[in-house]
Design a protein around this ligand. Structure first.
Ligand code: MLT
Length: 264
């Protein structure tokens, strides 16, 4: 992996393929490895830049609470170092929250963007409480039991029984999350604002992808706008993790969207 310094922290990233630049952001307790099966399906036509977000994977994990804005600024600094004036940005879940912060503050750096199993809604009061519980759990018991509990909830129920290898892969990726990185990111998600107005005000091409069986973020929470610049796609039979549950169908969805972005 390559490395850059963003805001004093090392951010690791993969840079694979040729063509128009596409940045792929992973979700909470994931890493660039979440995208490993999708990138080979895109990289003959697109330059895929896939960072480990602050607090995740091989990137630095500073202590304390993070903000979604800091995590978005890391992405912009990475683009600056790579001298990429404009990219298409797709974010999975936490990565989608970060994507919306980029849209709000740096829309001029985007050709288009997408939320993959993500939402513009803020945390509910109940979820905010759960974030605090997650932080105290991780601080008390470490990352492993937290990841062991969380990961199966991310997959479609049938996949939990039928594809233990997918669950194990996601757990192995999750175990590499530094505990302070998971805590810092949980606090960032907790404090994020409602960005439904950012999503609906954007005139950029937008891709919204939902999993038919996503138990974390429902289709209703993903599809908050229905307007001509927005493409809504539901992937049948998958949960919150189409990049592992159906990488071929997710890649095909992304390619169709990128073709539209390029034709504008
Ligand atoms: C993620 O996959 O990033 C998380 O499920 C997002 C969240 O907890 O809101």
């Amino acid at each position: 992996m390559e490395k850059v310094i963003c805001d004093g922290n090392t951010i690791s990233y993969k840079d694979q393929g040729q063509g128009e630049p596409l940045v792929l952001l992973h979700g909470f307790c994931g890493s660039s490895e979440y995208w490993d099966q999708v990138v080979p399906l895109l990289s003959d036509r697109y330059r895929c830049i896939v960072p480990d977000l602050r607090g995740h994977g091989l990137s630095d994990a500073p202590m304390g609470a993070y903000t979604i804005e800091q995590m978005a600024d890391d992405v912009i600094q990475l683009l600056d170092v790579l001298e990429l004036p404009k990219v298409t940005l797709l974010g999975h879940s936490l990565g989608g929250y970060i994507t919306l912060s980029v849209v709000q503050r740096y829309a001029n750096r985007l050709n288009g963007f997408g939320l993959i199993h993500s939402t513009a809604f803020p945390d509910s009061e109940e979820t905010k409480e759960k974030r605090l519980l997650a932080v105290s759990n991780i601080q008390a018991n470490g990352i492993t039991p937290f990841v062991d509990n969380m990961i199966p909830t991310l997959f479609a129920p049938d996949h939990v029984g039928d594809h233990p290898e997918w669950i194990n892969l996601a757990k192995e990726i999750g175990y590499k999350t530094p505990p302070q990185g998971a805590c810092g990111s949980a606090m960032a998600m907790r404090e994020r604002p409602d960005r439904r107005d950012v999503l609906s005000a954007s005139v950029l091409p937008v891709l919204l992808v939902a999993g038919e069986e996503d138990g974390i973020i429902s289709q209703e929470k993903t599809f908050t706008v229905d307007q001509p610049n927005v493409t809504q796609v539901t992937i049948a039979g998958v949960g919150h993790m189409s990049m592992l549950e159906a990488p071929d169908r997710l890649a095909a969805t992304i390619i169709t969207f990128l073709d539209q972005v390029q034709s504008i």
